[in-house]
Design a protein around this ligand. Structure first.
Ligand SMILES: Nc1ncnc2c1ncn2[C@@H]1O[C@H](COP(=O)(O)OP(=O)(O)OP(=O)(O)O)[C@@H](O)[C@H]1O
Ligand SMILES: [Mg+2]
Length: 376
């Protein structure tokens, strides 16, 4: 009896969404005749750092803005912590957003910028002062309360924006390309800072970027978006190693995507014939490829080997370019007039690199090739 009562005491709505912090169900948004987001489903786990990754215009910002409540979906449902937020305006959703343009009030001091959300929530002055100081300390800006945003660098301004978001202790943090205005070094540093801070706070986060490295480095899971839909949602490792299709493979990481035809397919592996060279390559697949299918073979440059002889599972071609960056070199090998393979060589100083014009053999180690559906 007691067990039953306690089961009823749990929030029913949260049960219904399986305990997810954010759920999007069949979300759609159209601007005029163009569809920005199409029937999108997404579940974000509590405490998770989830990234929406995709090319410009694929609907990342639109999706984020619908979660925040800045935009209303044409159809579908958004639940935060199991609660349908359709009726709730942005300031009652318990989310906080960090934008690409820091969006600070220029005439307010850093302290007042960070404390803004708490003043809106009518918190007592002493509490605001304390929480603002703590938030600034967390982002490495302790004691900067009295500066104006214009007296800070871009990186510092973005830290203020971050402090302003975390100070209200939102259930969900939303980030829309917060690092893309910063130079590379600062971007690399802030990536890690944001990730560590998010881990420490344990706040569920949705991060938008079109930068694949950022997504790979920061995320628990990545949703790769294309044209208003999610093509694949998985951990960075799986997205990289087992991309669902050629689009995902091409978007995440360096890749050679060679066209071919599957001549024979088992449950997890297949044979692919390359178009002109009459070469067969053995490849893995995820059950998505059948004999007769046109496919793309994914060969990551770092998985290929330059070898002297033409052993099994190898491709012969002519070296057209060698780019030696010291710790890594890229050898570009022409297989046919329109197919080139990039082979990454780590520690090039230890090897004698082939010269342009040489005919060489590139071997594909077992498991290094993946056959992907060409994927519309
Ligand atoms: N207010 C708007 N009015 C009309 N069309 C819009 C509006 N906002 C977005 N769109 C269109 O919706 C599509 C998705 O836009 P969105 O801003 O979500 O893309 P994004 O993935 O964030 O791109 P980016 O990486 O460039 O920021 C685009 O085709 C865009 O032109
Ligand atoms: Mg955007």
């Amino acid at each position: 009896m007691t067990a039953r009562v306690s089961a009823f005491e749990r929030p029913v709505t949260r049960e219904a969404t399986g305990g997810y912090a954010v759920t999007l169900r069949g979300i759609r948004k159209q601007f005029g005749s163009s569809v920005a987001v199409e029937e999108l489903d997404l579940d974000v786990r509590p405490g998770e750092f989830l990234t929406l990754l995709g090319p410009s215009g694929c609907g990342k910002t639109t999706t984020l803005n619908m979660v925040a409540g800045f935009l209303t979906p044409d159809s579908g449902q958004i639940l935060l912590d199991g609660q349908d937020v359709h009726q709730l305006p942005p300031d009652r959703r318990d989310t906080a957003m960090v934008f690409q343009q820091y969006a600070l009030f220029p005439h307010l001091t850093v302290g007042r910028n960070v404390g803004y959300g708490l003043r809106m929530r009518k918190r007592p002055k002493a509490e605001i002062r304390e929480r603002v100081a703590e938030a600034l300390e967390r982002v490495g800006l302790a004691g900067h309360e009295d500066r104006l945003p214009g007296q800070l660098s871009g990186g510092q301004q973005q830290r203020v924006a971050l402090a302003r978001a975390i100070v209200v202790q939102p259930k969900v943090l939303l980030f829309d390309e917060p690092l893309s205005n910063l130079d590379l070094k600062l971007r690399e540093q802030l990536r890690l800072e944001i990730k560590h801070l998010q881990r420490e706070l344990g706040t569920t986060s949705i991060f938008v970027t079109h930068d694949q490295t950022e997504a790979l480095v920061m995320s628990d899971r990545i949703a790769v978006m294309r044209a208003g839909r999610i093509d694949q949602l998985d951990t960075p490792e799986t997205i990289y190693r087992e991309p669902a299709n050629a689009f995902v493979a091409g978007f995440v990481g360096q890749s050679n995507l060679i066209p071919g035809v599957c001549t024979e397919a088992g449950a997890v592996s297949c044979t692919v014939r390359l178009p002109t060279s009459n070469v067969d390559v053995h490849a893995r697949h995820s059950g998505t490829v059948a004999a007769g299918d046109a496919v793309r073979i994914l060969l990551r440059p770092e998985a290929l080997r330059l070898s002297g002889d033409s052993a099994a599972n190898s491709i012969t071609g002519k070296v057209v370019e060698v780019v030696n960056e010291g710790s890594i070199a890229t050898v570009v090998v022409e297989i046919t007039a329109d197919i080139r393979l990039r082979v990454a060589v780590s520690d090039p100083a230890a090897l004698s690199l082939p010269a342009p014009g040489h005919v060489i053999t590139v071997s594909v180690p077992p498991g290094a090739a993946r056959a992907l559906p060409t994927g519309k």
